[in-house]
Design a binder for this molecule. Structure first.
Ligand code: COA
Length: 153
């Protein structure tokens, strides 16, 4: 897996990729958002992953984990998710959280358990995704997941 950090120049391509995967495109260029892209040999985006940290750095909101539809079911999504979890832990986060209504079994295979969406919104209140979901009312219909992170991961 060859990942490149997503800079401002790559944001439009990432936004287009995430739209197709039906994921949130808000805040991709935000200062505290860490994103990475995987591209094929022609430069087309085939995978993405990332997270946003809480103000105190203890909580990570995993976001933008997606794999192109032609590339799924080969372990790529798990590898992309693990990469974000490892990076967030290396930055000092002790708990990972995420919103996912459709891919619960995928996240459960990565040791995530159902969590309280309002608790997520409280500890990650400053993140783009939480602010957006509050503004739009989407928070009330979201499904939250969390898992502890180990410093040595
Ligand atoms: C979720 C996603 C990243 C998984 O990518 P992937 O490369 O297929 O992941 P892996 O090969 O590592 O694991 C696949 C396994 O996860 C599980 N899984 C993945 N998506 C699932 C879903 N929507 N519902 C149920 N199980 C799912 C299945 O067990 C699947 O195994 P299978 O293909 O043999 O059925 C990919 O389906 C995707 O991009 N979905 C759209 C975006 C999204 O929902 N992202 C998560 C929210 S941030």
């Amino acid at each position: 897996m060859r990942l490149e950090r997503c800079g401002v120049n790559e944001v439009p391509a990432l936004a287009a990729f995430l739209s197709v995967a039906d994921l949130t495109t808000s805040g991709l260029d935000g200062a505290g958002v860490r994103l990475w892209l995987e591209s094929d040999e022609h430069g087309a985006v085939i995978g993405s992953t990332g997270y946003e940290l809480s103000g105190d750095g203890r909580h990570a909101l995993i976001r933008s984990v997606a794999v192109g539809s032609a590339q799924r079911s080969r372990g790529r999504g798990s590898a992309l998710a693990r990469f974000a979890l490892e990076r967030a832990a290396a930055e000092g986060a002790t708990t990972a959280w995420l919103f996912s209504r459709r891919s619960g079994p995928f996240w459960q295979s990565l040791e995530f358990a159902p969590a309280d969406r309002y608790e997520l919104a409280r500890v990650l209140a400053e993140t783009h995704q939480v602010r957006l979901f509050r503004q739009t009312g989407q928070l009330d219909g979201e499904t939250a997941w969390s898992r502890p992170l180990e410093a040595s991961r």
